[in-house]
Design a protein around this ligand. Structure first.
Ligand code: X2X
Length: 336
C-alpha cells in the first residue's frame, strides 16, 4: 500500500470525515514521466505504449504515471533525442538509424537489403547484434530497453512516378530521416535525398519540397501519407525498428519495484506491437489501394546490385568496423 503523505493526511483529517479520505481520488503520482514518439496515436507502437502506461499506473497504485505524447508533440526526433539525453523527456522511441547521429554503430541494423524477413531482423536485435549496439548506447550514457519495437520494411512512395527499377531513382527528390546511412543509400541509388524530420514530412510532400519518401506501410497508413503520395513501390530496401530509450538518471531514480513493473509492461507492449504489425501488414497494401495508392513490386536484386556497384557495402563495412559487421553477417549471411 502506498503511504498517505503527511500533508495529505493532515489536510484530509482536519477537513473531512475518514470515509471521505479513503475514497478521495489517488494522490498525485510520485513519478510523472513523459514518453515521446514521432508516430501517430493510431500506430500500434503508440497504442501499445499508451496501454502499457495505463497498466503501469494501475500496478503501482498510481505511484508512477507515464504520459505518452504521439505525433512528435514534444518536438522533432532531433529535439527529443537531446531532451532524453538531458532528462527533460524520460522515455523516447527512436529508429536505430536516427540514434546513430549520437551512437554511430546503431545504424547497422539499417544496412540496405540486409535482413531477409522481420524474424531475421528481430533475432539479430534480440541477440548478439542488439547486445552490441545496446552496449554502445549505454557507453554513451543513454539506456535502451532490452528489446526493440518493430517498424517493418520500408517502401518508397512518390507523387510523381513509380519506382520500378533502380534508374527510376535518378534525380528523385526523396525525403529521408536525419541519418548518414539513409542519405548514403539514396545517393548510391542515384536519388537526391533531402533530410527532413518526420514531423515535417507530410507538409514537405504536400508542398513538393520533396516528391517522395520511404516508410513501412503501417506508417504510410497511420500518418496518412497516402493523402499526399500517389505511388507505392515495394522496394523493401531496409528493415527498421524503434529502440525504447530512457534517460538513465530518471530510470534509476525509480524504486526497484516500480522498475520491475515498468520493464514488465513495456516488454509486453513490445510483444504485442510486434504481433500487431504482423497481423495488420497482411491487409495494409489493400487498405492503401482502397485509399487510391498505386502499387508495384520490384526486383530487389537489381536494387541491391546498384548499391553494391556504388560501393555502399564496402563503405559501410569500413565505417562500422569488422566486429560489428561480422556480427551482422552472422545473422544475414554475406553482404557484398
Ligand atoms: O522518420 C521516419 O521516416 C520514421 C517515422 O520512419 C522514423 O522514425 C525513422
Amino acid at each position: 500500500m502506498p503511504s498517505i503523505t503527511r500533508r495529505g493526511l493532515l489536510v484530509g483529517a482536519s477537513a473531512l470525515p475518514l470515509v471521505t479520505i479513503r475514497t478521495r481520488p489517488a494522490r498525485a503520482a510520485e513519478f510523472t514521466y513523459k514518453l515521446g514518439t514521432n508516430l501517430p496515436a493510431a500506430h500500434p507502437l503508440s497504442a501499445r505504449n499508451i496501454e502499457a502506461a495505463a497498466r503501469i499506473k494501475e500496478a503501482t497504485g498510481g505511484q508512477m504515471e507515464i504520459n505518452v505524447f504521439p505525433s512528435s508533440q514534444l518536438g522533432t526526433d532531433t529535439d527529443m533525442l537531446s531532451q532524453v539525453r538531458a532528462g527533460g523527456v524520460e522515455f523516447f522511441t527512436l529508429s536505430p538509424l536516427i540514434l546513430s547521429t549520437f551512437v554511430p554503430v546503431t545504424a547497422i541494423s539499417g544496412v540496405g537489403f540486409a535482413f531477409k524477413d522481420r524474424n531475421q531482423a528481430l533475432s539479430a536485435l534480440d541477440g548478439a547484434l542488439g547486445e552490441l549496439v545496446r552496449a554502445e548506447i549505454a557507453r554513451r550514457g543513454l539506456m535502451a530497453f532490452p528489446r526493440i519495437f518493430d517498424s517493418g520494411f520500408r517502401q518508397t512512395t512518390s507523387s510523381t512516378h513509380p519506382i520500378k527499377q533502380p534508374g527510376d531513382f535518378s534525380g528523385f527528390k526523396i525525403r529521408v530521416p536525419a541519418a548518414a546511412l539513409w542519405t548514403s543509400l539514396f545517393k548510391d541509388f542515384g536519388a537526391a535525398p533531402t533530410t527532413i524530420n518526420f514531423s515535417e514530412t507530410y507538409s514537405a510532400l504536400q508542398t513538393h519540397v520533396a516528391d517522395g519518401q520511404e516508410n513501412p506501410l503501417a506508417i504510410i497508413d497511420s500518418a496518412k501519407l497516402y493523402e499526399v503520395q500517389k505511388y507505392c513501390s515495394m522496394t523493401n530496401h531496409m528493415w527498421d525498428g524503434y529502440w525504447l530509450l530512457a534517460n538513465p538518471r530518471a530510470y534509476n531514480r525509480l524504486p526497484d519495484k516500480v522498475k520491475e513493473v515498468v520493464r514488465r509492461e513495456f516488454d509486453r507492449a513490445i510483444d504485442e506491437e510486434r504481433a500487431d504489425l504482423v497481423r495488420i501488414d497482411a491487409g495494409l497494401r489493400q487498405t492503401l489501394v482502397d485509399k487510391k495508392m498505386e502499387f508495384n513490386d520490384v526486383d530487389a536484386a537489381a536494387f541491391r546490385d546498384t548499391l553494391r556497384s556504388a560501393g555502399f557495402y564496402t563503405e559501410w563495412k569500413n565505417k562500422f568496423g569488422d566486429q560489428a559487421w561480422q556480427t551482422l553477417v552472422s545473422f544475414t549471411g554475406p553482404l557484398s
